[in-house]
Design a protein around this ligand. Sequence first.
Ligand code: 4NP
Length: 159
Amino acid sequence: MSTDVLFVCLGNICRSPTAHGVFEKMVAEAGFIGEIRVESAGTGNWHIGERPDPRSTQAAAARGYKLDHLRAREFVSSDFQRFDYILAMDHSNLSIIKSKQPANFTGEVGLFLAYAPNLRVDEVPDPYYGGEKGFDNVLDMVEAASRGLLKQICQQNGL
Ligand code: 4NP
């Protein structure tokens, strides 16, 4: 049985694909391909089928993370049947996820930054309408939370 993680933001072209690419690389480097599986989705439907925002792809590439293979998709209710962790980038997206959560879901739904308490913020700010610095800021936060999440999953599953 694998542990399946879904990262969720609004458009699935900036924050959640960044989390997807960063966490996927950390999982691979730790030797857990197949044991920990990663996807991302957006609560909005504007960008379905699109590649990540080029600004996200470029900022990620500068740190050695690949995002080119990712395509945006919409978060769907059946994701509750496929994932153990459904982690939102902000409160607004968390509310949307929770509004669809079935009573029998036994996994974890929460904020991704809960895994990086040292940051002392709980939302990854949407960089879409801002400057280049916003994308590096997203990466800093996502890297910190990814380390915390990987540690937690490893502890919980004896990996
Ligand atoms: P994301 O950023 O939620 O981090 O992918 C956004 C991308 C696009 C839009 C909003 C947020 N949009 O409104 O098109």
